[in-house]
Every structure is written in structure tokens, then in C-alpha cells.
Design a binder for this molecule. Structure first.
Ligand code: NDP
Length: 495
């Protein structure tokens, strides 16, 4: 009797409370999107000679955002010739200290407009506002500050090298980090005295156009920075233009190969930052709870639309089951949904095409015999979404272990010895990045030495800094972006 009474009292004292996060939606009032955008050439927006436009949509709602110009060959031609003129007449010969002032001003204006640009990035691309606000935008500003600092010190960067710019840089970037990839490419190009024609990805052009407007407000001389929007064909015109001296491309390995063919036999300089299938290796002596956070960040950050995503997890066999259980429990706490909600961990898939690609590969994983786990998850009814997914029982030969999925999908395998971990981790045509979790420093160094990857993170993942070079080898591309090395791609001399 008394226990029943106590039970009833407990109900009164501690009523059921919903401890889940209340929605905290970032306002979009700060952003104004034009109905229709022209191309940004010679310091102003102009209607495309092609007379063509296409639609940019919000992938989280499928709502129309704006009409964007589709640049044809004559438009690309005009942009390149303005970039050439600006290079010859002013920018190429401008003292480094003067160029630095322009780039510092751009960096400060990016900081001033950071909130607006973050909201726009999230609207156009679907990534959580928490990431665009706390990762992308601070990194964008940091890259401009960092390279502004080098502009008047180039002769000290590489002793013995007479630092001469190349001329006009044609830059083609993808949709996963639209403004950050712009910063990685534009900041070193301008710092070294080159002018730029940039082609943003078809699905995420809006922040590049807002940035273009910002460069005009900052007083960057007309023609130094130009934006030609459009699809892959526009990118191909930029890449193949005979008056472009340097091509910098980030995107898929398939398109990277096309570009390499296109430029074979020309003296156009090329750097390629392509796909990856990174190995994330967890040893039995790793701090497991931190490793869980690292693995989650490695694959679910930006919906897994990350070239260096830790998409293959190798767990030492004796902790495999424990680690997978912890991972499943953690996955169940990820909040998937409205990217503008500040509590959202996993946002929208960038496009319908990308969603179809992810779905096709996940279906292949199931039909090839891997075991799939997805937490219970309510997805919004409109927009492009994919539930965070784990696969166990994955074989090295499965497509989900070999091909870049570029989505929130993790393939888990096991190993017994460090040698076996290396053998399996290196069993990929890619070589962009890797992660190692262990408490032994000597093992970290041994692993870093043997992993065939351009970047190896130890007891952390996805850490970026403008002063640190990034890039791959094998089918992940060549050339380095970031750091002092990132300047070399835009200077005459050794490649
Ligand atoms: P793409 O390689 O097709 O796109 C990257 C950029 O190149 C875009 O601006 C694209 O324009 C442009 N482009 C496409 N074709 C050409 C061409 N022939 N010449 C010059 N530029 C071109 O990537 P996708 O968007 O098709 O994504 C496919 C896969 O690529 C993903 O699933 C992922 O695996 C990988 N990827 C890797 C990235 C990375 O960071 N390493 C980034 C993006 C994708 P448009 O947007 O109009 O197609």
C-alpha cells in the first residue's frame, strides 16, 4: 500500500519531462537573395551573353531560391579577358604590401558579414547552421587573413625562388564547402598576384556571388576576381580556355581525370584535389569515448559530403563489438533535420542526384551482404535526406568499402595487428586522409609513416588550419592547398 502511495507521490513530484532540445531556428531575415543573378565580371554583375539561367533550390525544402546565370563559351571568354587585362594592367605588378591591404580588407568584411554568409550557405547547400557558422565562415576569414600575411613576404617563403605570379587562374570548386573551397583557392591566388575566374558548383552558387559583391564593396580592382556560374560544361570552358595559365580543381576523381586529359600537352599548370575513402583506425588502447566522437565527426560532419571523410572504420578485433555498440548508441542521439535549427547535427543532402548516388551505393552494400544499421529517425517530408547509416560485416571487396559514397554512411571492418590495419587501410585507389586512435605515441608515428594518405590525424579528426597544407596522392590528386605549400601552385618555378 505504502509503495503504491510513494509511487503516486513520485508521479506528482517528478512528472515526465521532455528533455529533448527545443527548436532554435536561425532567422533568415539577415539574408537578401536577388530574384535573378548575372555573372560577375570586371567588377560588376552582367546578364549572360548565353541568355540562359537555371534555378538554385534549397535542398532542405526544395524551395526555389534564385535564378542563376549559365555562362556559355562567350561569357567565359569575356571573364578570362577581363582577368587578363586586370593582371597585365594592375594586379600582377602591384607591390605585395598593396595586394595584402586588399586581401586583409576582404577578410575583415567576411568576418563582418559572417552571419549573413553562414545563413546563405546553409540555405543554398543544406549544411547545418552550426557548421556553416562555427566552421566554414571562421575558416574562410582565417584563410584570407593567413594569405594576406604572405602577400608581401613571398621572397622569404621560398628562398632562392623569384616569386612571379602565373597570370590568370581558372578555378572550379564543388558544392560541399562552397565558400571555404573558394577561400582555399582565391586567397593564395590573389596573394601571389594572379587574377581569378571562378566556377562555383551548379547547386551552390549563391555564396560565391555574395562574395563577389563583397569584393566590389571592398574596392578590389575590377577584373581581379570574376565568377562564371553554370554546370559542368561551363567548368569545362574555364579549364580548357587557352588564356588560362593555371587550373585549380576540387571535385570528383572522374572529372579530375577528364581535366587531366583535356590539359595534357598544354603548358597550363594544374592542381587536383579529388575524392577520398579515408581509413579511420581505432586500436584497443584508444580512449574509446573520444574515439567515438572522432569517428562520428569524421563521417557525419557535413552529411559525409567531405572528401577527407573517415568513411572506412577499422576497429581492432577485440574491441569491435563494444565499439560498434557504443557507436550505435551515439548514432541514436544525432539530430537530423532542419539545417537552420541550431541544434541540428546532420542536415540535408545537397541535391537529388547526390541522394540517388548514396541510395544506390547503400543498396549495393545490402545486396552484397553487409549488415546495415540505421537509428530510428523522423525525416522531414520535403527535401533530400538520408538517415545516418552504419554497415558491419563489410568485406574489402564490397563497393561500400571501395567507392566514395560522399554521404552519411560508415563501413566498419576489423583488424588484429597494426600490419593488417595498414594493409587494409591502404587497399584503396585513394590517398587523401586517414585517422589513428591509440594511446601509444610510437604507434601513431609508425602508422603515419605507413599510411598512404596526404593527411593523417592522430587522436582527432577533421582538424583544419590555413597554415597546414592539405592534399592527396594516388587518385586523390596532386598539389597542395593551404600553408606555405599552397603558394607554390600559383608561382612560376618548381611545381
Ligand atoms: P564533380 O566533380 O562533377 O563537380 C565538381 C565541380 O566540377 C563542379 O563545379 C562541377 O560543375 C564541375 N565540373 C563537372 N564536370 C566538369 C568538367 N568536365 N570540366 C570542368 N568542371 C566540371 O562532382 P559531382 O558534383 O558530380 O559529385 C560527384 C562525386 O564527386 C561525389 O559523389 C563525390 O564522390 C565526389 N566529389 C568530391 C569532392 C571533393 O571535395 N573531393 C567534391 C564534390 C564531389 P557542376 O556542379 O555543375 O556539376
Amino acid at each position: 500500500m505504502s509503495t503504491e502511495l510513494e509511487g503516486r507521490k513520485a508521479d506528482v513530484v517528478a512528472p515526465r519531462i521532455d528533455w529533448s532540445y527545443a527548436t532554435s531556428r536561425e532567422s533568415t531575415d539577415i539574408v537578401s537573395i536577388e530574384k535573378r543573378y548575372g555573372l560577375f565580371v570586371d567588377g560588376e554583375f552582367r546578364a549572360p551573353k548565353s541568355r540562359k539561367h537555371y534555378e538554385s533550390v534549397n535542398p532542405a525544402t526544395e524551395e526555389h531560391l534564385a535564378e542563376v546565370a549559365e555562362a556559355g563559351p562567350a561569357d567565359v571568354d569575356a571573364a578570362v579577358s577581363y582577368a587578363r587585362e586586370a593582371y597585365e594592367s594592375e594586379w600582377g605588378a602591384m607591390p605585395g604590401a598593396e595586394r595584402a591591404k586588399h586581401i586583409f580588407r576582404i577578410a575583415r568584411m567576411v568576418q563582418e558579414r559572417a552571419r549573413e554568409l553562414a545563413v546563405l550557405e546553409t540555405l543554398d547547400g543544406g549544411k547545418p547552421i552550426r557548421e556553416s557558422r562555427d566552421v566554414d565562415l571562421p575558416q574562410v576569414a582565417a584563410n584570407f587573413f593567413y594569405y594576406a600575411g604572405w602577400a608581401d613576404k613571398l621572397e622569404y617563403a621560398f628562398p632562392g625562388l623569384d616569386p612571379e605570379p602565373l597570370g590568370v587562374a581558372g578555378q572550379v570548386i564543388p558544392w560541399n564547402f562552397p565558400l571555404l573551397m573558394l577561400a582555399w583557392k582565391v586567397a593564395p591566388a590573389l596573394a601571389t598576384g594572379n587574377t581569378v575566374v571562378l566556377k562555383p558548383a551548379e547547386t551552390t552558387p549563391l555564396t560565391a556571388l555574395a562574395f563577389a559583391e563583397l569584393t566590389a564593396e571592398a574596392g578590389l580592382p575590377p577584373g581581379v576576381f570574376n565568377v562564371v556560374t553554370g554546370a559542368g560544361e561551363t567548368g569545362s570552358h574555364v579549364v580548357g580556355h587557352p588564356d588560362v595559365d593555371k587550373v585549380a580543381f576540387t571535385g570528383s576523381t572522374a572529372v579530375g581525370k577528364i581535366i587531366q586529359h583535356q590539359l595534357a600537352g598544354t603548358d597550363t599548370r594544374l592542381s587536383l584535389e579529388l575524392g577520398g575513402k579515408a581509413a579511420h583506425v581505432v586500436f584497443e588502447d584508444a580512449p574509446l569515448d573520444q574515439a567515438i566522437e572522432g569517428v562520428v565527426n569524421g563521417i557525419f560532419f557535413n552529411q559525409g559530403h567531405v572528401c577527407c571523410a573517415g568513411s572506412r572504420l577499422f576497429v581492432q578485433e577485440n574491441i569491435h563489438d563494444l565499439f560498434v555498440d557504443k557507436l550505435k548508441a551515439r548514432l541514436a542521439t544525432l539530430r537530423v533535420g532542419d539545417p537552420l535549427d541550431k541544434n541540428t547535427d546532420v542536415g540535408a543532402i545537397n541535391s537529388r542526384e547526390q541522394l540517388e548516388r548514396i541510395t544506390e551505393l547503400v543498396d549495393a552494400g545490402v545486396s552484397e551482404g553487409a549488415e546495415m544499421f540505421q537509428p530510428a529517425c523522423d525525416l522531414p517530408s520535403r527535401g533530400f535526406w538520408f538517415v545516418p547509416t552504419l554497415f558491419t560485416g563489410v568485406a574489402q571487396s564490397h563497393r561500400i568499402a571501395q567507392e566514395e559514397i560522399f554521404g552519411p554512411v560508415l563501413s566498419i571492418m576489423s583488424f588484429r595487428t597494426p600490419e593488417e590495419a595498414i594493409e587494409k587501410a591502404n587497399n584503396t585507389p585513394y590517398g587523401l586522409s586517414a585517422g589513428v586512435w591509440t594511446s601509444k605515441g610510437s604507434r601513431i608515428l609508425w602508422m603515419a609513416d605507413h599510411l598512404k594518405a596526404g593527411v593523417v590525424w592522430a587522436n582527432t579528426y577533421n582538424k583544419f588550419d590555413p597554415s597546414s597544407p592539405f592534399g592527396g596522392y594516388k587518385e586523390s590528386g596532386f598539389g597542395r592547398e593551404g600553408g606555405r605549400h599552397g603558394l607554390l601552385s600559383y608561382l612560376k618555378g618548381p611545381r
